[in-house]
Ligand binder design. Structure first.
Ligand SMILES: Cc1cc2nc3c(=O)[nH]c(=O)nc-3n(C[C@H](O)[C@H](O)[C@H](O)COP(=O)(O)OP(=O)(O)OC[C@H]3O[C@@H](n4cnc5c(N)ncnc54)[C@H](O)[C@@H]3O)c2cc1C
Ligand code: FES
Length: 255
């Protein structure tokens, strides 16, 4: 069940230019949230009627953490909030990731602002998981993944922090063995990951992003084309309600 509540901000800080992290004291959301779910955050200026969807990067006992990039009015207003300010939230929303079975090996692949939603997943995967993170330039949050014992590989377009190239080029170079693939990032990256996983015969769960309005399945503003196995035609499913996590092989990437 999702909750509509006001949450106090704790530990708001800029991780690097334009990328912020904040903790939100929201016990009802924290108690029921799963990795891969998101919240709708309402900008404090009420002229911005629409909430902004932001993924849960970490789930603690009584609070959740989000990491966001300032791209427009809403996220700019979030970045001006300070500790103890209150923000209106709705959540947790969406389906979240399905964890692997005991003994399965996982590969986690994130790109840019698709990296934060994978952190809680990486913590909760019970077995072995190798993490591949792709950046435009300087890495961020790679230390958080290492902090709970994961082997982390970093790729960036500039070579800053490790391998120079795309995260998928790095995955292909290392060729990790996996039973499950989890990915979040830009659509083009997700498509490349889904196609790679398909070639390896590994099921992939991809977390999709679309522009959203209502966030609760009522407006169809966030539809993506999905074709279920054995079905002749594709159908539109809603990222906010039916996703954001979909099977990589079911997304109609070129539709
Ligand atoms: C399920 C989901 C989870 C998300 N999780 C995160 C997260 O953890 N961290 C994070 O930084 N961002 C995340 N986003 C994207 C975030 O919601 C948008 O960046 C934010 O709503 C922009 O609001 P704004 O008012 O600052 O920008 P606006 O003024 O609304 O837009 C500024 C620019 O950003 C683009 N934009 C806005 N929304 C989106 C979107 N959903 N996808 C792609 N481009 C968009 C616009 O086209 C425009 O170019 C997520 C989006 C979805 C759908
Ligand atoms: S945002 Fe309205 S249906 Fe998804």
């Amino acid at each position: 069940m999702n909750t509509y509540c006001k949450a106090a901000i704790r530990n708001q800080k800029e991780l690097m230019t334009g990328i912020w992290k904040m903790e939100l004291e929201a016990p009802e959301i924290a108690h029921s949230a799963r990795p891969g779910q998101f919240i709708q955050m309402y900008p404090p200026d009420e002229r911005n009627l629409l909430a902004r969807p932001i993924s849960l990067a970490a789930i603690h006992g009584e609070s959740v953490e989000v990491v966001y990039r300032v791209v427009g009015k809403g996220t700019e207003q979030f970045s001006r909030l300070r500790d103890n300010d209150m923000v209106q939230l709705m959540g947790p929303l969406g389906n979240g990731f399905t964890l692997p079975e005991a003994g399965e090996r996982s590969v986690i692949i994130g790109g840019g602002l698709g990296i934060p939603p994978l952190l809680e997943l990486s913590k909760r995967i019970p077995g072995e998981a190798e993490v591949f993170l792709g950046y435009a330039d300087a890495p961020f949050m790679d230390g958080d993944f290492r902090g709970h014992g994961r082997k982390v590989h970093v790729a960036s377009q500039t070579g800053n922090g490790g391998f120079r190239g795309t995260v998928l080029e790095l995955v292909e170079a290392i060729a990790p063995f996996a039973d499950r693939v989890y990915a979040c990032g830009p659509r083009q990256m997700l498509q490349a990951v889904a196609e790679w996983a398909e070639r390896q015969g590994i099921p992939a769960q991809v977390s999709m992003e679309e522009r959203m309005a209502c966030g609760i399945g009522a407006c169809l503003g966030c539809a993506v084309k999905i074709q279920k196995p054995g079905e002749k035609d594709w159908q539109y499913l809603r990222v906010c309600r039916d996703g954001p996590v979909f099977s990589g092989r079911e997304v109609v990437w070129n539709g």
